[in-house]
Design a protein around this ligand. Structure first.
Ligand SMILES: [Zn+2]
Ligand SMILES: [Zn+2]
Ligand SMILES: [Zn+2]
Ligand SMILES: [Zn+2]
Length: 267
């Protein structure tokens, strides 16, 4: 699984506290302070849900994962009872969520906005920041010159390797079709992968250039083979395509024993 840092995601800003104070549902204790919908709540209790009462989405996910022990399954549904810290007389909230959900936790001394009663940054401040970032990003994108790398914005020299995506340009539509070009060097490669994901979703039936659903095998002689006949890891892209699964055949790997690449190798 890939976790990407999302600069637009909301996180509480508590002076003097570490920037990321979080706990999974399974780690919450009665009395803990958590954030729910940007407001502070006190954990009253965390309960298990009887297996028979699991909602379908959980049951389906559990079956998909091969039905591990339901009582200890990391993603099982839990009931979290919360009491508003700012209005303790209000009715408690009974929430249901996965055991592995992460909550922002708060220290006893937390700031709160006098007007919106929210943990800072309150919604309007946070939204303004997102807008500012989007404006800034747009100004940066508009500075890309035709034929320049859409990641580092530098011109692409004849000696540098690059990749041009076909179809509409998703960053600068005004530059025309087949104009989104990137260096393939490591500095610009994260941007290629991000664009590739967008490109794949932009039209029905597209196959990404830099991601393959197959299993790639690296044989003992370093040649590569993929289980997917439509694999895009060919030619210049052979080393650049990320695979869902990757295995390397090595004499120490017993399962690879029958492969041609290890014929004659002693186990
Ligand atoms: Zn506010
Ligand atoms: Zn570049
Ligand atoms: Zn092999
Ligand atoms: Zn492949």
């Amino acid at each position: 699984m890939h976790f990407r840092y999302d600069p637009d995601a909301w996180r509480p800003e508590i002076p003097g506290a570490p920037s990321r104070q979080q706990a999974s549902t399974g780690k919450l204790e009665p009395g803990d302070l958590v954030v729910f919908q940007r407001k502070p709540y006190r954990v009253v209790e965390v309960r298990e849900r009887a297996h028979a009462n699991w909602p379908d989405v959980y049951r389906d996910a559990w079956v998909k994962q091969g039905m591990p022990d339901a009582d200890t399954w990391y993603c099982r549904p839990r009931v979290v009872v919360l009491r508003s810290e700012e209005d303790p007389t209000a009715k408690t909230l009974n929430l249901q969520g996965p055991n592995d959900h992460y909550w922002h936790t708060l220290p006893e001394h937390y700031p709160i906005c006098r007007l919106c009663k929210e943990i800072p940054p309150c919604a309007h401040v946070h939204n303004e920041r997102i807008m500012d970032r989007a404006t800034e990003k747009m100004a940066e994108d508009m500075a890309i010159l035709p034929g320049s790398c859409h990641a580092c914005k530098e011109p692409i020299t004849k000696r540098q390797k690059s990749f041009t995506f076909p179809g509409a340009n998703l960053i600068r539509p005004d530059l025309g079709d087949a104009s989104a070009v990137f260096h393939t060097r490591s500095k610009c490669f994260d941007a290629i992968k991000a664009y590739d994901r967008r490109w794949g979703k932009a039209e029905e039936g597209r196959t990404q250039f830099f991601y393959c659903e197959g299993t790639q095998t690296q044989h003992h002689d370093d040649s590569l083979e993929c289980s997917n006949p439509a694999c895009t890891a060919v030619g210049d892209r052979e080393d650049l395509v990320e695979h869902k699964l990757w295995v390397r055949h090595h004499p120490r790997m017993r399962e690879a024993k029958g492969c041609w690449c290890l014929a004659g190798v002693l186990f």
